[in-house]
Design a protein around this ligand. Structure first.
Ligand code: KG4
Ligand code: ZN
Length: 346
């Protein structure tokens, strides 16, 4: 019986493939991380990323099918991230999906990567129980990653309203830059999180002013941290304290716009998702705040926070079942979201 979509995610620097059922169950997911290849440059190098995806994808899909003992007979269609992202990286996934679609005569569904992150908190698998109920709309969703920081109100299936986004850097990007400045490694978010847990935050060290509407800005704190770090030499303990203060200021800024939105819009469930939702402080504080306003917070387990094919498979199903963006022939890659993907609140 055909019960799975074969999902492919290659929009940035993680090659991920998964088998996902329509009820959000991830049967199997496999990834190849490119972190080591980019670490020497301190950031993602697009050309290296697309070459690495091209090398990794087909062997990884083979391995996924063999390891999970799944045959093409069980695959109904293919889901692939086709926007937004690094165009060479996207193309590697899209070309693989289109080719497999042609060879095995399966439809191909192009998925918006950000819609994938929004869906990620709903995923479940053999290690994570199925949610006891489906979250009723509207959802207030904070999606924070290395490339994006946005707040959405999801009022119904496929009805996404972007309330606000960052004017400059994404939160994950400024975590990464801090780590890079100190030579702590790449990607920096998880490393900074570890160091911050050993430090004590000074709430007066960094402050981020709340912007009008629901906009974010993180370039100021990045420059302030750079000036501070270069101003003198610091002990490891002091650096841990600076990391903790930096992290707390970013988390406070992320949640301050969430709180403002919660006073203006009706919502039933709160979701935090994207690579930065792996951050220990953000997870804790999101939970505390949600509890204080009597809402349930949905956050993916760590393996579905950062880029993963599981989330792409789930959104693939949503569109497949609704029969839109299903192509019997080819899906195109686009570095940007389509104008119809998200309505902009104003
Ligand atoms: O969602 P993702 O894998 O890729 C994009 O779509 O951008 O997010 C990657 C980002 C990186 O900037 C990484 O440093 C950050 O997520 N990240 C974290 C943590 N784990 C990953 N940031 C803060 N704390 C963490 N624990
Ligand atoms: Zn992402």
């Amino acid at each position: 019986m055909k019960s799975f979509t074969l999902a492919i995610e290659s929009s940035c620097d993680d090659t991920s493939v998964a088998l996902v059922r329509a009820d959000a169950y991830v049967k199997f997911q496999m990834q190849v991380s490119q972190d080591k290849r980019h670490a020497v440059f301190g950031g993602v190098v697009p050309e290296i990323a697309s070459r690495a995806h091209t090398e990794a994808l087909i062997p990884l899909i083979d391995q996924l099918l063999v390891t999970s003992q799944t045959s093409w007979e069980q695959i109904e269609f293919i889901s692939v991230t086709n926007r937004p992202g690094l165009v060479g990286s996207l193309l590697s996934g899209v070309v693989a999906a289109n080719t497999l679609g042609q060879v095995f005569n399966r439809p191909v569904v192009g998925v918006n990567h950000l819609e994938g992150h929004i869906a990620a908190p709903l995923l479940w698998d053999d290690k994570q129980d199925q949610p006891d109920s489906q979250p009723e709309y509207p959802w207030l969703v904070l999606a924070v990653s290395g490339g994006h920081t946005s707040l959405y109100l999801v009022t119904a299936p496929f009805e996404y309203q972007m309330l606000g986004t960052t004017r400059d850097d994404a939160a994950g990007e400024v975590f990464d830059k801090f780590s890079k400045m100190l030579g702590w490694g790449f990607p920096g978010g998880a490393i900074l999180d570890q160091r911050a847990q050993k430090g004590l935050a000074d709430p007066l060290l960094f402050q981020i002013n709340q912007l009008p509407h629901f906009a974010y800005s993180f370039s100021g704190i990045k420059s302030a941290a750079e000036r501070l770090i270069r101003s003198q030499s610091w002990s490891e303990e002091q650096l841990n304290n600076i990391a903790a203060s930096y992290q707390e200021a970013i988390v406070a800024s992320l949640l301050s716009q969430v709180k403002k939105a919660s006073e203006q819009f009706e919502f039933k469930h709160f979701m935090v998702t994207g690579g930065v939702s792996a951050n220990s402080s953000l997870r804790k504080q999101a939970q505390i705040w949600a509890q204080s306003v009597g809402k349930r917070v949905w956050m993916p387990p760590l393996r579905y926070c950062t880029d993963n094919a599981g989330m792409i498979g789930l959104v693939g199903w949503w569109h497949y079942l609704r029969e839109i963006s299903v192509s019997k022939t080819i899906v195109k890659a686009s570095p940007h979201s389509y104008p119809e993907d998200f309505k902009i609140w104003s």
